[in-house]
Write a protein that binds this ligand. Structure first.
Ligand SMILES: [Zn+2]
Length: 448
């Protein structure tokens, strides 16, 4: 600290080294900056002068910088900025102004750098070029002459494993089950260790496998060939989003809630847990008016038998695939629209309005886009149910086992699709004829 010595300042304590990472865009924790603020606030700072390499190192966020200036002022600490070769006294308003102006200038330049970097990044993404390390199953292709990364390609060693993984999960195998299977088959990750559930879950979410380059949630067609087909990739995504909300595959839950109907008013039945424990546990109750109540367990058992029995029939698979053959075309259509809206949204969110009027227009467009996206997402969930269902009952499979392993969310959607007059029939619960009438005697199935 030669500069400090020239001003007759002695630095008594270890310097606060990490102050430079205080930029708004820095992702590292700003350890020493927080420490410095804390020390100034608590009076533990101890020294008379705070030495900084340059003003912008104090903090690139103006607000934090102003806080720092105020704290130094209160503590009677002067600020020596080595690159300015100057001591500032925050108690002096001219010095305070100089320090503030310096911070605003450096904040502007930090904004600029960040905007430039992210522009470059999204350009690369838009062209579908790879970024970072290739996920397991893909590998980097380098230019033999320059050594530069050209694209990614299928890694023949691991790609079959990835395909098998997606197939397993699409068939309804849980992530836990798939991981155990992979490890049992002797597969190891690139560091030679067994796969973990977490790693496997993250692999299943990589758009790279379906030939997409993703950037801030927007997907662009990639320069490399997919190793998993788009249909499978999306079926797996819908399965993953179904299990994410706390619904574990195989957990009983309430798969038929809001699908079964009241025999009196034809409104939906919802499940509820009686406040006092009853011998037959949770019940269904008419959601609108409470016309009927019934023990849930025997009803669920009966309806499950009904669904599994139906889905196990040889003719049903063919019948259902014919019925929904159009759905997959419509589904990819919806997904295309979704990708476009999401790209729009990302662009709008990154826009820098010049005037207040422009800002208002952008805000409105963002709102419209968001509501369109949520509608499309709902449609996507509905349209992806038939493919989910067909995967569940592929001929030759164990329908009951698969049904039990199916995430609650998918069970609900499948039940809603099947328990209608045109397919399996609508299930209604009529009022009990007497207090002890068995629940299953009260089921009425209405078909066309
Ligand atoms: Zn009712």
């Amino acid at each position: 600290m030669r500069a400090a010595a020239g001003h007759g300042i002695t630095i008594s304590d270890a310097p606060y080294s990490d102050i430079g990472s205080a930029s708004r865009y820095a992702r590292r924790p700003r350890g020493d900056y927080a420490q410095l603020i804390q020390d100034l606030e608590s009076g533990r700072f101890g020294a008379r002068v705070l030495v900084l390499w340059e003003g912008s190192r104090g903090s690139r966020r103006s607000l934090e910088w102003y806080t720092l200036i105020e704290l130094c002022r209160e503590a009677g600490v002067r600020i020596f900025i080595t690159s300015h070769d100057r001591v500032y006294n925050p108690a002096n308003w001219r010095d305070r102004k100089a320090l503030r102006d310096d911070a605003s200038a450096s904040e502007a330049s930090s904004d600029e750098t960040s905007a430039r970097v992210s522009r470059d990044m999204s350009d690369i993404a838009r062209k579908g070029h790879p970024h970072g390390q290739a996920p397991i199953g893909l590998r980097a292709v380098h230019d033999t002459r320059t050594g530069k990364l050209v694209t990614w390609e299928e890694d023949p060693k691991y790609a079959p494993l990835i395909r098998e993984l997606f197939d397993m999960v699409r068939r309804g195998v849980s992530i836990r089950g798939a991981t155990m299977q992979m490890n049992a088959d002797g597969w190891r990750n690139r560091s030679g260790n067994p796969f973990t559930d977490q790693h496997v879950r993250s692999l299943l979410k990589k758009p790279a496998y379906a030939g997409f380059r993703s950037h801030h949630g927007t997907m662009y067609p990639a320069t490399w060939e997919p190793i998993v087909d788009t249909e499978t990739f999306w079926a797996v995504q819908s399965r993953l989003s179904g299990t994410r909300k706390g619904a574990r595959p195989g957990r009983a839950g309430h798969p038929f809630t809001m699908t079964l109907r009241c025999g009196v008013c034809v409104g939906p039945l919802s499940s509820f847990n009686p406040t006092r424990p009853t011998p037959d546990g949770p019940r269904y109750r008419c959601h609108r008016k409470g016309c009927v109540r019934v023990a849930q367990a025997p009803v669920d058992e009966f309806v499950t038998e009904l669904i599994v029995g139906y889905l196990s029939r040889a003719d049903v698979y063919e019948d259902l695939s014919r019925r929904w053959s159009g759905a997959s075309g419509e589904l990819s259509d919806v997904r295309g629209q979704l990708a476009e809206r999401r790209a729009n949204l990302a662009e709008l969110e990154g826009a820098e309005p010049a005037t207040l009027a422009e800002a208002r227009v952008i805000a409105r467009s963002i709102e419209t886009n968001e509501s369109e996206i949520s509608d499309l997402e709902k449609l996507e969930r509905e349209l992806s149910t038939p493919p989910d269902l067909l995967a569940l009952i592929e001929p030759g499979g164990d329908v009951r086992g698969r049904w039990e392993a199916t995430p609650l969310e998918v069970k609900r959607r499948v039940a809603r699709l099947l328990l209608v007059p045109g397919v399996l029939g609508e299930v209604r619960i009529r009022k009990a004829a007497h207090r002890l009438e068995p629940a299953t005697d009260r089921l009425v199935i209405r078909r066309d």
